[in-house]
Design a protein around this ligand. Structure first.
Ligand code: GCU
Length: 509
C-alpha cells in the first residue's frame, strides 16, 4: 500500500508536469505534447474545474435532441449586452469614449472569455516570395506571387510553422489596388502553361528520350507525326456561381481589385489535436493551452494580420484598402480578424453563425454548447465555462457571457462591414441562425452611427426591426446586410460587395 503523503506528492508532481513546459534536464528544447482532441478537451475541463458540460444539440432535425428552431423559444435571456454601456454602467456618448475606453474594454473581454489572447510574445514571421507567375484569370492578366511566412521556431525547433498565401494583382493596374484577402486554399490560381513553341521543344525532347529507351518507337512516331505526348490543358469554362455569375476571383480582378488566397491551416490546424502544434503550439513550446490562451479563430486572425504586415509593404497593394473574407468557420475568422485588427479596411462575412455574427445567447440552431464541445478549440479554453453544467464554480450558461456578437460587429465600426448569408432551402442551414445575425447587425449599427458612419437603414431596434426579404440588400451604409438566394457561400453577394465597397472607396473602375 502506498503511503498517503507519497500519493499527494506524486499528484503534485503530475500537476506541475501538466502545467509547465516539459523542458528536458539538459536544457534541450521541450518535447511537444501529443494529445487527441478528446484528451486536450478533457485537459482544459480539468484546468477549469469542469466536471460536466451540457451536450450540444443535434443538427439533424429528426433527432430527439435536435436544435431549437422555434422562434418563440429563441430568446431565453433578455440581457443582450449593450455595446454603448461601459462595464461600470457609464453610457458611451462620444466617439472618443468608444475608442479610448469602450473598445479596449470589449477587446479585453472577447480575449479573456471568448476567443483567447494572443501571447505577449509570438515568434517573428519572415516573409519571402517563393515564386512569381504571370497568369490569366478569365480575361485579365495577373501577377501571382506565392508567399511563405516562416515563423522563427528557435524556441521549439520540432514545430515548424510556414504561413502560406498567394497574392494576385491585375498586371495592367496603373497603381496600387484594393485587395481582398480570402481564407481558403493558397496556391497559384491558374498556373501559366508553356507556349506552343515551348510545347514543341518539350515534345521533341520527350520523343528523343523515348526513342533512346526504345528505338522501335521511332517508327511509331513517324507513322503518327502529328501526335504529341505532352499537351496543353484545353480551355475550360469557369465554374459559375449559383446565380450564374463568374467566380469571385474573376469578378475581383476584372473590377481592378487584387486578392490573396490565405491558407489558415498553415497557421493552425482546424482540429483540437493540433493545438499543441501550429502557431499556438509553437508559442506555447508544444504545451497544452491555459484557459485564456488563443483558440484557432484568433490564431487564424493573427495569421491574416501577419499577411497584412507583408501586404502593406508590397507596392502592388493599396495598403489602406485591404479587406478580409471568409465563409462558415472562416466567416467567423474573418469577423474576428476585422474586429481585432483595425488596419483591415473591410470585411465580407459569409454564413458565419455561432462564434461569428449570430448572437451567442440566442437559442436557435447551433448553440454555445456546440462551441464548448466539438468546436472548443476554435475558442479560448475559458469559453467552455459557459457550457458547464457541473463545475467547481457551479454551472454557467450563455446568459453569463458579458459580451455578445452585436459587440463583435461593433468592434468593426466605422469600417466597411458586410454581413452575408444564403438561404436554408439551398443549403445555408437554419443551424446558422440568420435572424440572430440580423439582430446583432442591427444593434451594432448604433456604434457605427456614433462614429459618424451608417448602420442598416431599417426601422426599429434589434428586437423590432423586420428582417429584409431575400435578395434585398441593405447596402447604403458602412455596415451592410444581404441574404442572397443561394446556399452556404458568399459568392452570390460578391458583385454587391464590390459595388458597395467601390462606392465607399470612391473607386469607379
Ligand atoms: C458546422 C459548425 C459551424 C461551422 C460550420 C463550418 O456547421 O457547427 O460552426 O461554421 O460547420 O462548416 O465551418
Amino acid at each position: 500500500m502506498s503511503n498517503p503523503s507519497s500519493t499527494v506528492s506524486l499528484a503534485v508532481a503530475i500537476l506541475i508536469a501538466a502545467t509547465s513546459p516539459a523542458i528536458a534536464g539538459d536544457g534541450a528544447p521541450p518535447t511537444p505534447v501529443t494529445f487527441s482532441a478528446e484528451q486536450d478537451h478533457q485537459n482544459m475541463m480539468n484546468q477549469l474545474g469542469i466536471k460536466a458540460l451540457r451536450p450540444g444539440p443535434s443538427g439533424d432535425e429528426k433527432a430527439p435532441n435536435h436544435a431549437n428552431y422555434d422562434e418563440s423559444l429563441a430568446s431565453p435571456f433578455a440581457n443582450l449586452p449593450d455595446p454603448l454601456t461601459m462595464d461600470d454602467g457609464r453610457k458611451v456618448v462620444t466617439a472618443e469614449m468608444w475608442t479610448k475606453e469602450r473598445r479596449p474594454e470589449l477587446i479585453e473581454a472577447f480575449s479573456r472569455y471568448v476567443y483567447g489572447r494572443v501571447p505577449a510574445v509570438v515568434p517573428r514571421v519572415t516573409w519571402a516570395v517563393d515564386a512569381v507567375d504571370h497568369e490569366m484569370i478569365g480575361f485579365t492578366p495577373v501577377i501571382a506571387k506565392d508567399l511563405i511566412g516562416e515563423v522563427d521556431n528557435s524556441g521549439c525547433p520540432s514545430i515548424r510553422v510556414r504561413i502560406h498565401m498567394t497574392l494576385v494583382t491585375p498586371a495592367n493596374a496603373k497603381g496600387p489596388v484594393p485587395v481582398l484577402m480570402m481564407f481558403g486554399r493558397a496556391g497559384f490560381p491558374a498556373p501559366r502553361e508553356p507556349s506552343a513553341e515551348e510545347f514543341e521543344r518539350i515534345n521533341a525532347a520527350w520523343k528523343a528520350l523515348l526513342v533512346q529507351q526504345d528505338p522501335t518507337l521511332k517508327e511509331v512516331f513517324a507513322t503518327h507525326p502529328t501526335w504529341q505526348p505532352v499537351k496543353g490543358t484545353p480551355f475550360q469554362f469557369p465554374q459559375m456561381n449559383e446565380d450564374g455569375d463568374l467566380p469571385n476571383t474573376w469578378q475581383l480582378v476584372s473590377a481592378g481589385w487584387g486578392f490573396v488566397l490565405f491558407d489558415p491551416a498553415s497557421v493552425q490546424a482546424d482540429d483540437g489535436a493540433g493545438i499543441t502544434r501550429g502557431i499556438i503550439g509553437l508559442a506555447n513550446r508544444g504545451q497544452p493551452r491555459h484557459p485564456e490562451d488563443w483558440g484557432a479563430l484568433r490564431a487564424w486572425a493573427w495569421g491574416a494580420s501577419r499577411g497584412l504586415d507583408y501586404l502593406v509593404n508590397d507596392p502592388a497593394v493599396e495598403a489602406k484598402h485591404v479587406g478580409i473574407e471568409g465563409v462558415s468557420r472562416y466567416g467567423k475568422a474573418a469577423l474576428v480578424t476585422m474586429a481585432f485588427d483595425q488596419r483591415f479596411a473591410m470585411v465580407l462575412v459569409g454564413s458565419s453563425g455561432k462564434g461569428g455574427a449570430t448572437l451567442l445567447r440566442r437559442n436557435f440552431g447551433e448553440a454555445v454548447e456546440s462551441l464548448t464541445g466539438g468546436g472548443y478549440y476554435w475558442m479560448a479554453g475559458n469559453f467552455m465555462k459557459y457550457g458547464a453544467s457541473d463545475a467547481t464554480f457551479g454551472s454557467m450558461t450563455p446568459r453569463d457571457l458579458t459580451v455578445d456578437s452585436n459587440e463583435l460587429i461593433a468592434l468593426c465600426a466605422p469600417r466597411l462591414t458586410f454581413i452575408s448569408y444564403g438561404i436554408p432551402e439551398k443549403g445555408d442551414a437554419k443551424w446558422l441562425d440568420h435572424r440572430g445575425s440580423f439582430m446583432a447587425t442591427v444593434d451594432a449599427g448604433r456604434v457605427f452611427t456614433l462614429l459618424g458612419a451608417k448602420g442598416l437603414d431599417i426601422k426599429g431596434d434589434y428586437q423590432t426591426a423586420k428582417m429584409p426579404p431575400v435578395n434585398e440588400g441593405h447596402l447604403g451604409g458602412e455596415l451592410a446586410w444581404r441574404q442572397h438566394d443561394g446556399g452556404h457561400t458568399d459568392a452570390p453577394n460578391m458583385k454587391w460587395f464590390l459595388q458597395w465597397a467601390n462606392k465607399f472607396l470612391a473607386r469607379f473602375p
